[in-house]
Design a protein around this ligand. Sequence first.
Ligand code: ZN
Length: 266
Amino acid sequence: MAKKRSQERDRESASLLLENAILALLSERERSAVRAGGQLVEFQLRQSVYQPEVPIDAAYFPIDCVLSVVNRMEDGSLIEVGTIGREGTTAIPLIMGANTTANESFCQVEGRAWKIPAKTFVALLEDSRDFRVAMNRYLQAYVNMLGQMAACNGLHSVLERCARWLLMTQDRVDRSDFPMTHEFLAAMLGSRRSGVTVGAATLQGAGYIRYAHGKIAILNRGGLEATACECYRVAQDQFNSLVQLRVTQERPPIDPSPMSAAPERV
Ligand SMILES: [Zn+2]
């Protein structure tokens, strides 16, 4: 009975890991190592993930939570510099050989993540070329996103950025509503609260979102997409390319002959 329960748990965690696009890219062997060495954790709203210059003890692969990477200025103000959801991992500093980060990160939308100790992550990185390739692929997409967000924060209006941010968050949570306050959105966009309040009211007035009791519901994605700056499309292409890779890999081979049973890795 106990064995049956543990088998069920194994099956459940095996399919949960596939929810994260980077873990889904791995071969079964590597994913088993990630599963054996890790555990499922739950992040609460605003829970800290990494603190600046504090040694990183674990890597997280979001399943259905969204994490924010923020820069805190000397006066205490915050601005979001990166968003990590089911398309990625918090392990960027570890991939680059560091064990601390200059940025702070915390949970923006609560949910689950797969946690593996930093030591296990680094060992996998050193031992498996395929693991390294998958992590580097994400690193490249993440760096592209950082560049796009820097340009966006400098050049685009609060309204455009509000729409872009809401769409990017929804892509990662994969549901139509999530917790949000004006203060938080203003902090994420590095804007004044009043500007964000006007932006949110405009989007609500147009019927694109509904905002009440600290929750935001997306009612019309098409409207938000038309309002968002070009940065959303660029970020979405990056996001889709990561999630798409997973879909491509999961597709069964058309010809079950031995030659095509092992599809070429992309
Ligand atoms: Zn923009």
